[in-house]
Design a protein around this ligand. Structure first.
Ligand SMILES: C[S@@+](CC[C@H](N)C(=O)[O-])C[C@H]1O[C@@H](n2cnc3c(N)ncnc32)[C@H](O)[C@@H]1O
Ligand code: SF4
Ligand code: SF4
Length: 397
């Protein structure tokens, strides 16, 4: 039953109220639009707050060359877990970040890397974060290859976790065994990650605070397998996410031939289908003109990334670019950095950013969290006649 236009708008209105019932979230999204448009008000990084305790890595991925860095050099500059906890316990700005998002229902603090489980004090770090009253969810992205460390670490974190808190372990799985191993560049990578995942699935039976996700980086090498693979995982009760391969300084893959020109015409159609299904708007436009970003970016307004050495950046993508450094939490408090003139200068650079291949999960989160609310409002106020994404040409008419 389709119902009248009015009933449909009413239904959408109810859904809107359910999605955006948290006044803090609505307030933060509006603040970010005002900050973006007029440079007024302090933005709130609602889209994502993520940091990398280490950039060291034990994998050899084809699309990410973080592993090529000199581990000794990296380790010297890593912050201690007490320094990280100080950042998150002292910051009033980070306390403003609502714990959940309407789009995927997941935000909280994201721990990335490198391989986070190589960071010696990951357990006390996550335990300390989850003890902070304003932190409800911590997500750790891992390649899952260090089975012992991941299982023992997760057990230790869960053993001290309050029942209302959540821990999400997000495993990278780029496709079926053979494909995954090729992409990750190490033998038996899939088997190890799968064993780790199964061990955590066992743990979850006694710990409802534990969530398990898998995520793939969609690229020419695996796109033909993604749909089938996601169904296979779903049939085993495993949740699956994906993002599109990004060519970016953060992943150290700029000199390689990746990206849009590696897809066959059939694969491009598949990519578009995947994006449409997941409400990732703008892919068609990007494929038609890959040099142009199809949608305004809210990095540094609705997101923040803190690198292993304490430097604060609007996004991961540009975390190696000295022009995108807002400050360093070793020298200044996070709040002082976030509100500083330097942060404003960097945000201005974001507004003019010409980097166009930002399709990774976090980049999409901070972009669409901002636009989704306008889209929903436009739909309700015009009884479904106006579609914000269509106006900007991001959705098929
Ligand atoms: C940099 S990794 C750090 C965490 C961990 N080492 C892992 O692989 O899950 C964070 C996420 O970025 C993804 N990633 C790696 N290379 C990428 C690329 N070129 N474009 C987009 N995402 C990428 C990884 O698959 C992973 O999901
Ligand atoms: S994607 Fe993750 S596992 Fe692979 S090299 Fe990059 S940081 Fe390491
Ligand atoms: S478009 Fe946004 S996310 Fe991408 S590099 Fe520029 S500022 Fe970062």
């Amino acid at each position: 039953m389709k119902g009248t236009t009015f009933q449909r708008a009413l239904g959408k209105g109810q859904q809107f109220l359910i999605d955006y019932k948290r006044p803090k979230l609505v307030n933060a999204i509006l603040r970010n639009h005002i900050a973006y448009r007029w440079g007024r008000l302090t933005p709130v990084p609602v889209g994502y707050v993520s940091f990398a305790p280490t950039l060291r890595c034990n994998s050899r991925c084809i699309m990410c060359n973080i592993w090529g860095e000199d581990n000794v050099r990296l380790r010297v500059k890593e912050l201690s877990y007490n320094q990280w906890l100080k950042v998150f316990s002292e910051s009033k700005v980070l306390r403003e970040v609502p714990p959940e998002l309407p789009r995927n229902g997941v935000t909280g603090i994201g721990i990335s890397g490198g391989e986070p489980f190589l960071y010696q004090d990951l357990v006390p770090l996550v335990q300390g974060l989850l003890e902070l009253p304003h932190v409800r969810l911590v997500t750790i992205a891992t390649n899952g290859q260090l089975t012992d460390q991941v299982v023992r670490g997760t057990e230790a974190i869960l053993s001290r976790m309050a029942s209302q808190k959540r821990l999400c372990i997000r495993f990278s799985l780029d496709g079926p065994e053979e494909i995954h191993d090729k992409i990750r560049g190490v033998p038996n990578a899939f088997q190890r990650t799968w064993a780790t995942l199964q061990a955590l699935a066992q743990l979850r039976q006694d710990h409802s605070q534990l969530e398990i996700l898998t995520a793939a980086v969609v690229q020419p090498r695996n796109i033909d397998y993604i749909s089938k693979f996601s169904h296979l995982l779903a049939s085993q009760g495993v949740q699956f996410e994906w993002c599109v391969l990004q060519v970016a300084p953060f992943f150290r893959n700029e000199n390689q031939d990746y990206g849009y020109n590696g897809y066959t015409p059939e694969q491009i159609q598949e990519l578009i289908c995947l994006c449409d299904l997941n409400k990732v708007y703008g892919m068609r436009q990007w494929l038609a003109n890959p040099q142009k970003r199809p949608i305004h970016c809210f990095a540094g307004f609705a997101s923040v990334y803190i690198n292993y050495d304490g430097t604060v950046h609007p996004c991961q993508t540009m975390a190696t670019n000295p022009e995108r450094v807002m400050g360093n939490v070793v020298d200044q408090s996070f709040d002082a950095i976030w509100k500083s003139p330097q942060a404003r200068v960097v945000r201005e650079r974001v507004r003019k950013c010409t980097h166009s291949s930002c399709w990774s999960g976090c980049e999409l989160a901070h972009t669409f969290i901002q636009w989704d609310m306008l889209q929903k409002l436009a739909r309700i106020l015009t009884l479904g006649r106006l579609d914000y994404y269509k106006i900007w040409g991001l959705k098929e008419r």
